[in-house]
Design a protein around this ligand. Structure first.
Ligand SMILES: C[S@@+](CC[C@H](N)C(=O)[O-])C[C@H]1O[C@@H](n2cnc3c(N)ncnc32)[C@H](O)[C@@H]1O
Length: 242
């Protein structure tokens, strides 16, 4: 791994940590492994990114680095940049990625991504984000998606893997636990299937939306989109979305 640049000022915690509470971040990897058939989820996610054969990949909200490591193994010829706001999660990621020199980790808030010095000259052909958007309010999702749009090359692609409308009664019930842990206001748009309209509103052409992975805690959906040349129009955003 190349280096970790810390662009955060101070330890203010104005974000939802990986498992809802800062003290629980060290338990995140075990929790995901046990509750989400993680190996299969990562394999499916990497396969979606690999389809596009990218060479510069940004992972937005890389957390403890498990997907980052899977991406580094699956895309050995790509450069991978992982960004997360949580220093505790990044420390765990750093330990996992110590020998992966194609990976660079950056501590930054996705809400301010376009102002991050390390990214100012950089454009990516693929952005992937896994289980992150449901940590943001609907308004924050819109800002983050616009920032991701701005960091993509013309024709760059976006792969979002995150909770969507539960498919099945077990998933419907299980997702309540996720919602209570991560917050109702953050998870509402995911639950209601509003990510595609938020993607269009941030300047993306949505190409593929489907359930990707069933877990006892809910249904993880795949959202694939392409950067539209005309950019953010807000056309599909209503006050209800924000
Ligand atoms: C559930 S974890 C997912 C981690 C990883 N992507 C995965 O698939 O395991 C959500 C991550 O989003 C990060 N996050 C939440 N809000 C953020 C923000 N505003 N900027 C950057 N990262 C953020 C959290 O720190 C956490 O690591």
């Amino acid at each position: 791994m190349k280096q970790t640049a810390n662009t955060n000022e101070g330890p203010k915690q104005d974000y939802v940590p990986a498992l809802g509470f800062a003290w629980a971040t060290r338990l995140y990897d075990s929790a995901i492994r046990i509750s989400m058939r993680e190996g299969l989820l990562r394999k499916r996610t990497v396969a979606c990114v690999k389809q596009a054969n990218p060479s510069e990949v940004l992972e937005a909200g890389c957390g403890t680095g498990s997907l980052t490591r899977a991406l580094a193994r699956g895309l050995p010829n790509a450069n991978i940049t992982g960004v997360d706001i949580d220093p505790q999660a990044l420390k765990i990621a750093q330990e996992k990625l110590d020998d992966a020199d194609i990976v660079k980790l950056i501590a930054a808030n996705l809400l301010n991504l376009v102002d991050v010095k390390e990214l100012s000259e950089k454009r990516f052909d693929h952005v992937v984000s896994s289980l992150v958007l449901h940590h943001l309010t609907t308004g924050q999702k819109h800002i983050v998606l616009k920032n991701l749009w701005a960091l993509l090359n013309k024709d760059g692609k976006l792969t979002i893997v995150d909770w969507g409308p539960p498919v099945g009664i077990v998933q419907y019930l299980g997702f309540w636990l996720v919602r209570l842990l991560d917050g109702l206001e953050f998870t509402g748009a995911n639950r209601e299937g509003r990510l595609p309209s938020l993607l269009s509103g941030a300047g993306f052409t949505v190409e593929n939306v489907k359930p990707l992975h069933q877990t006892a805690l809910g249904t993880v959906w795949l959202y694939q989109a392409r950067r539209s040349p005309e950019g953010s129009t807000n056309q599909n955003i209503t006050l209800g979305d924000i």
